[in-house]
Ligand binder design. Structure first.
Ligand SMILES: Cc1cc2nc3c(=O)[nH]c(=O)nc-3n(C[C@H](O)[C@H](O)[C@H](O)COP(=O)(O)OP(=O)(O)OC[C@H]3O[C@@H](n4cnc5c(N)ncnc54)[C@H](O)[C@@H]3O)c2cc1C
Length: 324
């Protein structure tokens, strides 16, 4: 396994997250390109339950089944992965651009003293190491970076690759490892789930997103209604999150989430580059905007020019009528 490329995964509801399946696919592709072994690693109380589904993407899965009920999962993952890294000496770890993934990367960086390439929107292989593409300066510049040593951590944004199953699934190996370090004793005292996060925007196949054009927090009512009838999730721009109209969990873009639904319906969103980088790989982009020259017209598949307060309720009613 020495020199291997590992995908460090996350589990939600007993299954690998979409980003975790993307990372496993990426690890396999990089392993193939580099002629190096690849593996996925799952750590936590649902590691074993989620491992077979992850193995379908190719690399073998190393599953560390541990309790994490009263500790932040990122700390639990990092301290076990650090031990595994010392034992098996992989060269590169891929982590997801999520709250937990970034925490895991931070802890591993401190424990292993490895470098980090953060915020990668694409990862290829060049020479002897990964080549990470990152967008900087508000999306105005795309950089390509490599590690100066033959090891490192790469934080990968969602949708950098599409999750694909492999011709033959990998094996699942259950291992027991001791945590690498006694991390500061942060204990979880309470868990609060935001009701609005019931349909996660990262997993949604349909997203109805609202921008400043919705006019205020109450304007999100018609956005939520349409998302609801379409069975989708609600997205938002940073402008409206900063204004406090909706929670950060909904923010899409450079400083929010990256999404790749089949349908992205943008209502009252101008299409700034920092928003575009988080949703441009969506299947079909439909924009509703009263300004025909809004920047989003340049990359939307369909531009509906008009007032969203007229169009959204009529769309919701039409979808409902069609469903009977
Ligand atoms: C470092 C940095 C990071 C950033 N990160 C992000 C990020 O992650 N995500 C993000 O979204 N932004 C981000 N931004 C902000 C970004 O630059 C834009 O300011 C923001 O996306 C604009 O949001 P908006 O489209 O909602 O608002 P606006 O640009 O104000 O657009 C509102 C649109 O609504 C239309 N409109 C108004 N009324 C109606 C109506 N009744 N019917 C139909 N259309 C209507 C207008 O024509 C307009 O096009 C970032 C900026 C910086 C500098």
């Amino acid at each position: 396994m020495s020199g291997a490329i590992w995908a460090i995964g996350e589990v939600a509801g007993g299954a690998p997250t979409r980003l975790t399946r993307e990372l496993a696919t990426l690890a396999r592709a990089l392993g193939d390109a580099a002629g190096r072994p690849a593996a996925s690693v799952l750590v936590g109380p649902e590691a074993l339950a989620a491992a077979p589904a992850l193995a379908e993407h190719g690399p073998d899965v190393i599953a560390v089944q541990v309790d994490a009920s009263d500790r932040p999962i990122a700390a639990v993952i990092a301290e076990h992965v650090a031990t595994l890294v010392r034992e098996r000496e992989p060269a590169y770890l891929l982590l997801g651009f999520t709250d937990d993934g970034r925490d895991v990367a931070g802890i591993l960086q401190a424990l292993l003293e490895w470098g980090v390439l953060a915020n990668s929107s694409g990862v290829g292989w060049a020479g002897t190491g990964p080549l990470a593409e990152m967008s900087v300066f508000g999306g105005r510049l795309l950089t390509r970076s490599q590690f100066s040593e033959d090891r490192g951590l790469v934080i990968v944004r969602p949708s950098a690759v599409a999750a694909e199953t492999a011709p033959a699934p990998g094996r699942v190996e259950q291992v027991e490892v001791a945590p690498a370090a006694d991390l500061p004793a942060v204990r979880i005292v309470d868990r609060i789930t935001e009701a609005s996060e019931v349909v996660s925007i990262e997993e949604a196949t349909t997203i109805v997103a609202g921008g400043r054009g919705v006019g205020g927090p109450e304007g999100f009512g018609i956005v939520e209604e349409l998302a609801d009838v379409l069975g989708g999730a609600v997205g938002a721009t940073r402008a409206v999150v900063d204004a406090g109209w909706i929670g950060y969990a909904h923010q899409i873009g450079q400083t929010g989430k990256s999404v790749k639904p089949q349908l992205y319906l943008a209502a009252g969103i101008s299409g700034a580059i920092q928003h575009k980088v988080g949703m441009q790989t969506s299947g079909t982009i439909v924009a509703i905007n009263r300004d025909p020259d809004a920047p989003i017209a340049e990359f939307a598949d369909l531009m509906v020019v008009g007032d969203l307060f007229e169009i959204l309720p009529r769309l919701s009613a039409a979808v409902r009528a069609r469903r009977g």
